[in-house]
Design a protein around this ligand. Structure first.
Ligand code: ADP
Ligand code: MG
Length: 353
């Protein structure tokens, strides 16, 4: 008998998550928010706890030929912290589960945890547990992070309303260019043992990929300014995908402007060298871990003057859709072209039973 197997690429990562979410509607009163945001919200003794987990798999999320283990440990912790920043919260504890193959010795684990300790130190987080097991194929890291909402509550993806400002922190596309540089040097290096790649022209971009930071500095600044975002998400998949998540969650449309996208000089230089379009890289490059949020127009002046953030557009009615206004004034629909791991998954249509 033939049994049909539906390839997961048919649903995509988010279709799959929606399907799972539909089967697990929260039942308990203390589950304030379940699947669907950067972190879940759980009520405990009058506080909102924030919990989130983000897994990193060797060969999918990182390549150890050019990723120092210390950096990997640091990044594994920080990308988890970033989901708590995306709720406007405080980050408190970390648990780390990992699977290791016999390729890894004590020195490797030490380096990994040195990086994690550095991140915990810097962000004031306690590592309180985890799990260790073996793996046949490589390294898997699965941190879980816990924190607490700021007074006033967590900032969800769903709070944006039409005619609000769309704001992004830092600059875009750096991590993607960093990845292109390292992938190129890896090829060069493989064909020429002993050659030392010169990464100095791209130090910023490579740093964006290997050593991201969670933008709690911006969360603090917003608090000082008395600015409360109406909705927020961190940029893990790319501006286009993550803005679409935010807009869908809030049921608003959006208009962002090509001329306003913050792009570093080095990213422009990288785009030229790799023959890439800088706007495409800014829209679709993932792993920048900047924050994307919406705010009331009343905050325009303060935000406009800050070097921490860039105003890239505004929300609209849901029916108007989600668009990029190009420098040519052309109106281009936004697409979720962010990285989708399930598109690469091996698809099997039928199998014998
Ligand atoms: P982020 O990029 O902010 O980490 P994700 O896109 O990974 O968010 O996840 C979106 C939402 O889906 C989150 O609420 C997350 O907890 C949930 N989620 C992801 N994978 C699963 C899964 N396998 N089972 C249940 N929930 C999941
Ligand atoms: Mg996130």
């Amino acid at each position: 008998m033939k049994k049909t197997t539906t390839p997961l690429s048919e649903l995509g990562e988010f279709g799959l998550i929606e399907r799972i979410a539909a089967q697990f509607q929260p039942q308990r009163s203390e589950t304030v928010l379940g699947i669907g945001d950067d972190a879940a919200i759980v009520e405990a003794a009058g506080n909102e706890l924030l919990i989130s987990t983000d897994m990193l798999v060797e060969g999918i999320h990182f390549d150890l030929t050019y990723t120092p283990l210390q950096h990997l440990g640091y990044k594994a912790a920080v990308v988890n912290f970033s989901d708590i920043a995306a709720m406007g919260g405080e980050v408190h504890q970390l648990l780390v589960s990992m699977a290791l193959s016999n390729r890894f010795g004590l020195e490797a684990v030490d380096a990994l945890y040195e990086g994690m300790a550095k991140a915990c130190d810097r962000y004031g987080v306690d590592l309180i547990g985890g799990d260790t097991t073996s793996s046949k194929t490589g390294l898997v890291l699965c941190p879980t992070v816990m924190g607490r909402s700021a007074s006033g509550g967590a900032i969800r993806r769903s709070g944006a309303r039409p005619r609000q400002l769309i704001v992004v922190t830092g600059d875009l596309g750096g991590a993607y260019i960093g990845l292109q540089v390292l992938e190129r040097e890896k090829i060069a290096y493989t064909g020429n043992e002993g050659a030392q790649p010169d990464l100095s022209p791209y130090a910023y971009a490579v740093g964006r990929l290997l050593k991201p930071e969670a933008r709690f500095d911006v969360i603090e600044w917003l608090r000082e300014q008395g600015i409360v975002p109406t909705a927020m998400i961190d940029l893990s998949d790319g501006l286009s995908s993550d803005l679409i998540h935010l807009c869908r969650s809030s049921r608003v449309g959006c208009r962002i402007y090509e001329e306003r996208l913050p792009i570093a000089e080095e990213v422009y230089a990288g785009c030229e060298e790799f023959r890439l379009n800088a706007t495409t890289v800014a829209l679709n490059g993932g792993e920048d871990y900047e924050l994307l949020f919406t705010v009331d127009v009343a905050h325009y002046d303060v935000l406009k003057q800050s070097a921490l953030v860039t105003l890239i557009g505004e929300t609209t009615e849901w029916e108007e859709g989600m668009h990029l206004i190009a420098n040519t004034q052309e109106v281009i629909p936004l697409k979720a072209q962010g990285w989708n791991p399930l598109l690469d998954a091996e698809s099997v249509n039928t199998e014998d039973e």
